[in-house]
Design a protein around this ligand. Structure first.
Ligand SMILES: Cc1ncc(COP(=O)(O)O)c(C=O)c1O
Length: 405
């Protein structure tokens, strides 16, 4: 059947939308022998399949009438109560059940925030680099993205101030600063205590929201936890996003948003038009998982598991990469970020690497200003120890080869 073209019926926003660099590379590397350090996905080895099978069986015996029914848009009340307790005990975040919205992953939380706060051409400040899923969401809401450099202590504060001054002079309304405070995707950087305080002050004096997206904070391998920005802020300007994708299961699509009650209500109204409610069965499974103490246990074992992989990747980098290539040592999370010499192009390296069955994500898509050509992101989360070793060895050889030309 010959379909007519409908391209002219797409909205201008949809016409401009770019596919995610990671989804594109996933298509490219979907080959049996590929050693992929690309996707920031958890290792299926640590999925709690057996525990979940038991929980589902009990749920179907005892609670099928509720677990298979529509739920409220805010999310299961019992789960929100459990989360209030959990965030108080684990992160010193004090909130009521009316300040929590359960979402389909933190990606949906970000989408709802953008729907609620952005008018066309209003801006959100993000790190250079930063997770492109989040700033893609800003663009999909017809917002603008403004980049501020990130170093090993997180977003550069002096730069943030000058950027805000300049955008104000140009007449652009900035509504929020987006930060990934712990083991940032992709740089692995953790926002220092000093900068956390400064960003809160800047948000106050510039009348901004802070979007604090923390999917990796539970996976700290060493050092002391730093307080979430939302626990340090008295004015209610912080919207805190969390995800169960990295510690429980991304396929369950569960996350939550904490914020002041009024903004959560706005988001609930927006969510009603998107999907009515979050998957009820997933929420019941998670509730049982938390109440049985399984989440705490799982997080502890995940920390050990991923720390070994991080250490292994760092050791391989040290062994195989030339000394003019630089990288960070993240204290947690899934990622190590690589800086090649300025003259090199990571996407050319990627093309060669894929031919040798090795994949990573080139850094440029993480830079909202189009810079970062000489950078790339390695993920140690999903690849096996053996694949990490051979992939890094191969990459080291390819880099040395390119540098010698
Ligand atoms: C910083 C950041 N935010 C949000 C997400 C999306 O997570 P979720 O699966 O909860 O939607 C990711 C996923 O990789 C991420 O790295």
């Amino acid at each position: 059947m010959e379909h007519v073209s409908l391209d002219h019926l797409y909205s201008s926003t949809s016409r401009k939308a770019q596919p995610s660099a990671i989804r594109e590379i996933c298509k490219l590397i979907d080959k049996p022998n590929m050693k992929s350090l690309a996707g920031g996905w958890p290792d299926p080895e640590v999925f709690p399949g057996t525990e979940i099978a038991g929980l589902i069986s009990n749920l179907m015996d005892q609670n099928a009438d509720l677990a298979l029914q529509y739920g409220t848009t805010e999310g299961l009340l019992k789960l929100r109560r459990e989360l209030c307790k959990l965030v108080d005990e684990n992160y010193n975040i004090k909130c009521s059940t009316d300040q929590i919205l359960i979402t389909h992953g933190s990606a949906q939380g970000m989408d709802l925030i953008c729907r609620v706060i952005l008018d066309p051409d209003e801006a959100v400040v993000v790190g250079l680099p930063s997770y492109f899923g989040a700033f893609g969401t800003v663009k999909a809401s017809r917002g603008q993205v403004i980049g501020v450099p990130v170093d090993h202590n997180g977003m550069n504060i002096a730069n943030l101030k000058t950027t805000l001054d300049e955008t104000a002079k140009q007449g652009t309304r900035v509504k929020a600063v987006y930060v990934i405070p712990n083991f940032q995707n992709p740089s692995g950087a953790t926002l220092s205590m000093k900068r956390r305080k400064e960003i809160i002050k800047i948000a106050d004096s510039n009348d901004l929201l802070i979007i604090e997206d923390d999917p990796y904070g539970d996976l700290r391998f060493e050092g002391k936890d730093l307080p979430p920005l939302i626990s340090m802020d008295n004015s209610g300007r912080v919207i805190h996003l969390r995800s169960f994708s990295k510690t429980f299961s991304p396929g369950m699509r569960l996350g939550y948003v904490i914020g002041q009650e009024k903004i959560i209500r706005q988001m609930v109204v927006a969510k009603q038009f998107v999907d009515c409610a979050t998957n009820t069965l997933s929420q019941y499974i998670l509730l049982e998982f938390i109440q049985n103490g399984l989440l705490d246990k799982r997080i502890k074992s995940n920390i050990e598991y991923y720390k070994k992989k991080r250490d292994h990747m760092l050791a391989q980098l040290q062994k195989h990469f030339p000394s003019n290539v630089k990288w960070n040592k993240p204290s947690g999370g899934f990622f190590i970020f690589i800086h090649l010499p300025e003259s090199m192009d990571a996407s050319e390296l990627l093309t060669d690497a894929v031919k040798h069955n090795v994949a990573f994500v080139a850094g440029q898509p993480f830079f909202a200003d189009g810079s970062g050509k000489n950078t790339f992101r390695l993920s140690f989360s999903q690849a096996s120890i053996d694949d990490i070793e051979s992939a890094i060895e191969k990459l080291g050889l390819l880099i040395k080869e390119k540098l010698s030309k």
